[in-house]
Design a protein around this ligand. Sequence first.
Ligand SMILES: Nc1ncnc2c1ncn2[C@@H]1O[C@H](COP(=O)(O)OP(=O)(O)O)[C@@H](O)[C@H]1O
Ligand SMILES: Cc1cn([C@H]2C[C@H](O)[C@@H](COP(=O)(O)OP(=O)(O)O)O2)c(=O)[nH]c1=O
Length: 238
Amino acid sequence: MNAVRLPTQRLAARARRPLWISCEGINGVGKTTVTRALAARIGERCLLLDELTDQGKETLPGRVIAALAAQGDVFLRTGHPAVETLALLALKVRETERLAGRADVPEVVLEDRGLDSVAVYQAAILGAHQPENDPRDVARHVLATMTPWRHSPDATVLLSGDHRQCTQRFAQRIGRTLTARDVQIIECVDALYADLAAAEPGRYRVIDTTGRPVEEVVAEAALVIEDVARQKETDHAA
Ligand SMILES: Nc1ncnc2c1ncn2[C@@H]1O[C@H](COP(=O)(O)OP(=O)(O)O)[C@@H](O)[C@H]1O
Ligand SMILES: Cc1cn([C@H]2C[C@H](O)[C@@H](COP(=O)(O)OP(=O)(O)O)O2)c(=O)[nH]c1=O
Protein backbone atom coordinates (compact mmCIF):
# COMPACT_ATOMS: atom_id res chain seq x y z
CA MET A 1 0.00 0.00 0.00
CA ASN A 2 1.44 3.40 -1.01
CA ALA A 3 1.29 6.12 1.62
CA VAL A 4 -0.13 9.50 0.60
CA ARG A 5 2.81 11.94 0.52
CA LEU A 6 1.87 15.05 2.48
CA PRO A 7 4.11 18.02 3.36
CA THR A 8 6.21 17.12 6.39
CA GLN A 9 5.20 20.11 8.50
CA ARG A 10 1.90 19.81 10.33
CA LEU A 11 -0.71 21.13 7.93
CA ALA A 12 -3.20 21.98 10.66
CA ALA A 13 -0.68 23.89 12.75
CA ARG A 14 0.16 26.16 9.86
CA ALA A 15 -3.31 26.72 8.55
CA ARG A 16 -5.16 26.30 11.89
CA ARG A 17 -7.70 24.31 9.90
CA PRO A 18 -7.45 20.77 8.64
CA LEU A 19 -7.03 20.06 4.98
CA TRP A 20 -10.63 19.19 4.20
CA ILE A 21 -11.45 16.76 1.43
CA SER A 22 -15.00 15.60 0.82
CA CYS A 23 -15.93 12.63 -1.30
CA GLU A 24 -19.15 12.71 -3.28
CA GLY A 25 -21.04 10.64 -5.80
CA ILE A 26 -24.22 8.66 -6.30
CA ASN A 27 -25.13 5.60 -4.23
CA GLY A 28 -22.92 2.62 -4.95
CA VAL A 29 -20.20 4.51 -6.82
CA GLY A 30 -17.55 3.56 -4.26
CA LYS A 31 -17.23 6.50 -1.83
CA THR A 32 -17.05 4.36 1.31
CA THR A 33 -14.56 1.93 -0.23
CA VAL A 34 -12.34 4.73 -1.54
CA THR A 35 -12.42 6.98 1.55
CA ARG A 36 -11.60 4.05 3.84
CA ALA A 37 -8.63 3.08 1.67
CA LEU A 38 -7.42 6.68 1.53
CA ALA A 39 -7.72 7.12 5.30
CA ALA A 40 -5.65 3.95 5.76
CA ARG A 41 -3.01 5.29 3.38
CA ILE A 42 -2.81 8.67 5.12
CA GLY A 43 -2.68 7.09 8.56
CA GLU A 44 -3.03 8.84 11.90
CA ARG A 45 -2.85 12.35 10.39
CA CYS A 46 -6.31 11.73 8.92
CA LEU A 47 -9.76 11.75 10.45
CA LEU A 48 -12.37 9.92 8.40
CA LEU A 49 -15.81 11.45 8.84
CA ASP A 50 -18.36 8.76 8.19
CA GLU A 51 -21.58 9.35 6.36
CA LEU A 52 -24.28 10.87 8.54
CA THR A 53 -26.16 7.64 8.01
CA ASP A 54 -23.39 5.65 9.69
CA GLN A 55 -23.54 7.43 13.07
CA GLY A 56 -24.21 5.44 16.22
CA LYS A 57 -27.89 5.08 17.03
CA GLU A 58 -27.40 6.54 20.51
CA THR A 59 -25.94 9.84 19.26
CA LEU A 60 -28.06 12.88 18.37
CA PRO A 61 -27.25 12.59 14.63
CA GLY A 62 -27.95 8.86 14.82
CA ARG A 63 -31.36 9.54 16.37
CA VAL A 64 -32.25 12.22 13.81
CA ILE A 65 -31.17 9.99 10.91
CA ALA A 66 -33.09 7.06 12.38
CA ALA A 67 -36.20 9.29 12.52
CA LEU A 68 -35.71 10.40 8.91
CA ALA A 69 -35.19 6.80 7.80
CA ALA A 70 -38.01 5.35 9.93
CA GLN A 71 -40.43 5.04 7.03
CA GLY A 72 -38.11 2.64 5.27
CA ASP A 73 -37.56 4.89 2.29
CA VAL A 74 -34.37 4.47 0.22
CA PHE A 75 -33.73 8.18 0.76
CA LEU A 76 -34.14 10.21 3.93
CA ARG A 77 -37.72 11.07 3.11
CA THR A 78 -40.59 11.46 5.54
CA GLY A 79 -42.75 13.72 3.39
CA HIS A 80 -41.41 17.01 4.77
CA PRO A 81 -38.42 17.70 2.54
CA ALA A 82 -37.78 21.31 3.63
CA VAL A 83 -37.65 20.30 7.31
CA GLU A 84 -35.50 17.26 6.48
CA THR A 85 -33.08 19.50 4.57
CA LEU A 86 -32.72 21.93 7.48
CA ALA A 87 -32.26 19.05 9.95
CA LEU A 88 -29.54 17.46 7.79
CA LEU A 89 -27.77 20.81 7.37
CA ALA A 90 -27.91 21.41 11.11
CA LEU A 91 -26.25 18.03 11.68
CA LYS A 92 -23.49 19.00 9.27
CA VAL A 93 -22.90 22.26 11.19
CA ARG A 94 -22.85 20.34 14.45
CA GLU A 95 -20.19 18.04 13.00
CA THR A 96 -17.83 20.96 12.25
CA GLU A 97 -18.49 22.62 15.60
CA ARG A 98 -17.59 19.43 17.43
CA LEU A 99 -14.43 19.10 15.39
CA ALA A 100 -13.40 22.69 16.09
CA GLY A 101 -13.81 22.00 19.81
CA ARG A 102 -11.37 19.09 19.77
CA ALA A 103 -7.97 19.53 21.38
CA ASP A 104 -6.39 17.30 18.72
CA VAL A 105 -7.49 18.94 15.46
CA PRO A 106 -6.65 16.44 12.70
CA GLU A 107 -4.40 17.49 9.83
CA VAL A 108 -6.61 15.98 7.18
CA VAL A 109 -10.35 15.48 7.31
CA LEU A 110 -11.74 13.06 4.79
CA GLU A 111 -15.49 13.35 4.60
CA ASP A 112 -17.60 10.54 3.14
CA ARG A 113 -20.47 12.68 1.81
CA GLY A 114 -20.32 16.37 2.66
CA LEU A 115 -22.68 19.32 2.30
CA ASP A 116 -22.90 18.78 -1.43
CA SER A 117 -24.70 15.49 -0.76
CA VAL A 118 -27.36 17.27 1.24
CA ALA A 119 -27.62 19.95 -1.47
CA VAL A 120 -28.06 17.54 -4.39
CA TYR A 121 -30.18 14.84 -2.72
CA GLN A 122 -32.49 17.33 -1.07
CA ALA A 123 -32.74 19.40 -4.27
CA ALA A 124 -33.72 16.26 -6.16
CA ILE A 125 -36.24 15.29 -3.46
CA LEU A 126 -37.63 18.84 -3.14
CA GLY A 127 -37.84 19.00 -6.96
CA ALA A 128 -40.32 16.12 -6.92
CA HIS A 129 -42.53 18.20 -4.55
CA GLN A 130 -42.00 21.59 -6.20
CA PRO A 131 -41.77 21.17 -9.97
CA GLU A 132 -41.80 24.97 -10.38
CA ASN A 133 -38.30 25.20 -8.86
CA ASP A 134 -35.23 24.20 -10.87
CA PRO A 135 -33.34 21.65 -8.70
CA ARG A 136 -30.04 23.17 -9.90
CA ASP A 137 -31.03 26.49 -8.31
CA VAL A 138 -32.18 24.71 -5.15
CA ALA A 139 -28.85 22.84 -4.83
CA ARG A 140 -26.87 26.07 -5.25
CA HIS A 141 -29.18 27.85 -2.84
CA VAL A 142 -28.66 25.17 -0.17
CA LEU A 143 -24.88 25.49 -0.50
CA ALA A 144 -25.04 29.30 -0.46
CA THR A 145 -27.21 29.21 2.69
CA MET A 146 -24.45 27.31 4.44
CA THR A 147 -21.58 29.72 3.70
CA PRO A 148 -21.82 31.56 7.05
CA TRP A 149 -21.88 28.23 8.88
CA ARG A 150 -19.30 26.03 7.24
CA HIS A 151 -16.21 26.46 5.08
CA SER A 152 -16.21 24.89 1.67
CA PRO A 153 -13.93 21.84 1.51
CA ASP A 154 -10.43 22.43 0.10
CA ALA A 155 -11.35 19.88 -2.54
CA THR A 156 -14.29 17.67 -3.38
CA VAL A 157 -13.52 14.37 -5.04
CA LEU A 158 -16.53 13.48 -7.15
CA LEU A 159 -16.58 9.82 -8.09
CA SER A 160 -18.55 9.42 -11.27
CA GLY A 161 -19.65 6.13 -12.77
CA ASP A 162 -22.26 4.39 -14.84
CA HIS A 163 -25.41 5.13 -12.86
CA ARG A 164 -27.12 1.86 -13.85
CA GLN A 165 -24.18 -0.16 -12.55
CA CYS A 166 -23.93 1.94 -9.37
CA THR A 167 -27.66 1.69 -8.72
CA GLN A 168 -27.48 -2.07 -9.18
CA ARG A 169 -24.66 -2.33 -6.61
CA PHE A 170 -26.62 -0.09 -4.25
CA ALA A 171 -29.82 -2.14 -4.63
CA GLN A 172 -27.81 -5.29 -4.01
CA ARG A 173 -26.22 -3.82 -0.89
CA ILE A 174 -29.54 -2.82 0.65
CA GLY A 175 -31.28 -5.95 -0.65
CA ARG A 176 -34.09 -4.06 -2.32
CA THR A 177 -35.41 -3.28 -5.75
CA LEU A 178 -35.48 0.42 -6.49
CA THR A 179 -38.66 1.91 -7.92
CA ALA A 180 -38.60 3.93 -11.14
CA ARG A 181 -39.05 7.06 -8.98
CA ASP A 182 -36.04 6.17 -6.84
CA VAL A 183 -33.96 5.71 -9.97
CA GLN A 184 -35.19 9.08 -11.22
CA ILE A 185 -33.92 10.72 -8.02
CA ILE A 186 -30.50 9.09 -8.50
CA GLU A 187 -30.37 10.27 -12.13
CA CYS A 188 -31.28 13.77 -11.00
CA VAL A 189 -28.60 13.64 -8.29
CA ASP A 190 -26.06 12.51 -10.88
CA ALA A 191 -26.90 15.49 -13.12
CA LEU A 192 -26.84 17.91 -10.17
CA TYR A 193 -23.36 16.74 -9.15
CA ALA A 194 -22.17 17.30 -12.72
CA ASP A 195 -23.68 20.78 -12.64
CA LEU A 196 -21.98 21.70 -9.35
CA ALA A 197 -18.67 20.30 -10.58
CA ALA A 198 -18.86 22.36 -13.77
CA ALA A 199 -19.68 25.50 -11.78
CA GLU A 200 -16.74 25.04 -9.38
CA PRO A 201 -13.91 23.34 -11.29
CA GLY A 202 -11.35 24.65 -8.77
CA ARG A 203 -12.90 22.72 -5.91
CA TYR A 204 -14.32 19.67 -7.66
CA ARG A 205 -12.01 16.93 -8.93
CA VAL A 206 -13.94 14.39 -10.94
CA ILE A 207 -12.68 10.82 -11.05
CA ASP A 208 -14.38 8.44 -13.46
CA THR A 209 -14.60 5.00 -11.89
CA THR A 210 -16.25 3.24 -14.84
CA GLY A 211 -14.64 -0.15 -15.39
CA ARG A 212 -11.67 0.70 -13.17
CA PRO A 213 -10.44 -1.39 -10.24
CA VAL A 214 -10.72 0.15 -6.77
CA GLU A 215 -6.91 0.39 -6.39
CA GLU A 216 -6.65 2.58 -9.47
CA VAL A 217 -9.41 4.91 -8.29
CA VAL A 218 -7.79 5.16 -4.84
CA ALA A 219 -4.40 5.94 -6.41
CA GLU A 220 -5.91 8.76 -8.47
CA ALA A 221 -7.74 10.17 -5.44
CA ALA A 222 -4.46 10.01 -3.45
CA LEU A 223 -2.78 12.12 -6.15
CA VAL A 224 -5.58 14.67 -5.84
CA ILE A 225 -5.05 14.91 -2.08
CA GLU A 226 -1.28 15.30 -2.49
CA ASP A 227 -1.85 18.01 -5.08
CA VAL A 228 -4.35 19.92 -2.94
CA ALA A 229 -2.06 19.64 0.13
CA ARG A 230 0.89 21.03 -1.88
CA GLN A 231 -1.30 23.83 -3.23
CA LYS A 232 -2.44 24.73 0.28
CA GLU A 233 1.18 24.88 1.46
CA THR A 234 2.12 27.12 -1.48
CA ASP A 235 -0.84 29.43 -0.84
CA HIS A 236 0.05 29.60 2.83
CA ALA A 237 3.70 30.44 2.10
CA ALA A 238 2.73 33.21 -0.36
N1 LIG B 1 -14.12 0.70 -8.77
C1 LIG B 1 -14.93 -0.29 -8.38
N2 LIG B 1 -15.13 -1.36 -9.19
C2 LIG B 1 -15.96 -2.36 -8.82
N3 LIG B 1 -16.64 -2.40 -7.66
C3 LIG B 1 -16.48 -1.37 -6.82
C4 LIG B 1 -15.63 -0.25 -7.12
N4 LIG B 1 -15.67 0.61 -6.08
C5 LIG B 1 -16.52 0.08 -5.17
N5 LIG B 1 -16.99 -1.12 -5.61
C6 LIG B 1 -17.97 -1.97 -4.92
O1 LIG B 1 -19.24 -1.35 -5.09
C7 LIG B 1 -20.03 -1.47 -3.90
C8 LIG B 1 -20.44 -0.09 -3.40
O2 LIG B 1 -19.32 0.59 -2.91
P1 LIG B 1 -19.43 1.61 -1.70
O3 LIG B 1 -18.03 2.03 -1.37
O4 LIG B 1 -20.28 1.06 -0.59
O5 LIG B 1 -20.22 2.81 -2.43
P2 LIG B 1 -20.90 4.12 -1.81
O6 LIG B 1 -20.28 4.41 -0.47
O7 LIG B 1 -20.57 5.19 -2.82
O8 LIG B 1 -22.37 3.83 -1.77
C9 LIG B 1 -19.18 -2.24 -2.91
O9 LIG B 1 -19.57 -3.58 -2.98
C10 LIG B 1 -17.75 -2.07 -3.42
O10 LIG B 1 -16.93 -3.17 -3.11
C1 LIG C 1 -27.01 13.35 2.59
C2 LIG C 1 -28.34 12.85 2.14
C3 LIG C 1 -28.50 11.53 1.80
N1 LIG C 1 -29.70 11.09 1.40
C4 LIG C 1 -29.87 9.67 1.01
C5 LIG C 1 -28.86 9.12 0.04
C6 LIG C 1 -28.93 7.66 0.29
O1 LIG C 1 -29.93 7.06 -0.49
C7 LIG C 1 -29.34 7.56 1.74
C8 LIG C 1 -28.27 7.00 2.60
O2 LIG C 1 -27.05 7.64 2.33
P1 LIG C 1 -25.70 6.83 2.26
O3 LIG C 1 -25.69 5.75 3.29
O4 LIG C 1 -24.62 7.86 2.33
O5 LIG C 1 -25.77 6.18 0.81
P2 LIG C 1 -24.60 5.45 0.00
O6 LIG C 1 -23.65 4.77 0.97
O7 LIG C 1 -25.34 4.50 -0.87
O8 LIG C 1 -23.90 6.48 -0.81
O9 LIG C 1 -29.71 8.88 2.15
C9 LIG C 1 -30.81 11.90 1.34
O10 LIG C 1 -31.91 11.46 0.99
N2 LIG C 1 -30.68 13.21 1.69
C10 LIG C 1 -29.48 13.72 2.08
O11 LIG C 1 -29.39 14.93 2.37
